[in-house]
Design a protein around this ligand. Structure first.
Ligand code: SAM
Length: 244
């Protein structure tokens, strides 16, 4: 099936690629992704949401890529925080496919958060919210500190920085799932050893994504073994400026 302009739609591309992740989406979920693609297109200029315009790229590099995280998520209800969610990746696609997840999208840029809030409403999703804050600050708020089963992040910072920004949100026994390229993980995992040690994290696995449309993608899975020390994350900007 093609869109009204004769081109493939994001919906149809996703419908044809998602089976190779071992997933099957309902017509309603596919409709939600098509609406998401349309809102991304319409909101692009207003909030600098994404550089991608081609529906196949949006389906592969945003939707499908986000859904690879499902392979590392346990079954059952979970509280998930997406750090630096941007236009909602990976958290919003995860929510569309796993309505049992409670998802918090954390994003520092107010314009993106306003767009995310409108998009959540348009998609009629409940159990998901977008918050405008920096991770360095929100992680010290008792309502969020060590309150999540899972933190997820894509394209936000090197792993050492992500450990400091994300692990304080995760309860002991919970996990950080960082989406990386294979080459990125090869460099970043050893460089994050000290950050993991200071934050209480333990590397569980670097899990290759098995999908031909997404070569060289991996999920870096870090378990939070203890409560993070109160000193972390350090003040805004410092984790990226002076990684642990
Ligand atoms: N995760 C999305 C994706 O993969 O498309 C967005 C990636 S974008 C390159 C990084 C986003 O992280 C930006 O929207 C930025 O505002 C946000 N960000 C960076 N550092 C942050 C922080 N310390 N706290 C909250 N958001 C942050």
């Amino acid at each position: 099936m093609t869109g009204s302009d004769g081109h493939f739609t994001a919906r149809d591309r996703l419908a044809s690629t998602v089976a190779d992740l071992g997933l099957s989406l309902t017509p309603r979920q596919l409709d939600a992704f098509e609406m998401y693609a349309r809102l991304l297109r319409e909101g692009k200029r207003e909030a600098n949401l994404t550089a991608l315009t081609d529906p196949i790229d949006v389906a592969d590099k945003h939707f499908l890529d986000s859904l690879t995280v499902l392979g590392a998520l346990p079954d059952g209800p979970l509280r998930v925080i997406d750090i630096g969610a941007g236009a909602g990746f990976p958290g919003l696609p995860l929510k569309i496919v796993r309505p049992d997840l409670d998802v918090t999208l954390l994003e520092a840029t107010g314009k993106k958060v306003a767009w995310l809030q409108r998009t959540i409403e348009a998609l009629r999703l409940s159990g998901v919210r977008a918050l405008a804050a920096r991770a360095e600050e929100l992680a010290h708020d008792a309502a969020h500190r060590a309150e999540y089963d899972m933190a997820v992040a894509r394209a936000v910072a090197p792993l050492a920085v992500l450990c400091e920004l994300c692990l304080p949100f995760v309860r002991p026994g919970g996990r950080l799932i960082a989406q990386k390229t294979a080459a990125g993980a090869t460099d970043e995992v050893p460089a994050a050893a000290r950050a993991m040690e200071l934050l209480g994290g333990r590397l569980v696995e670097v899990r290759p994504v098995k999908h031909q449309a997404l070569p060289n993608r991996v999920l870096v899975v870090v378990e939070q073994t203890a409560l993070a020390l109160r000193d972390y994350p350090r003040r805004s900007g410092l984790p990226a400026k002076r990684p642990l």
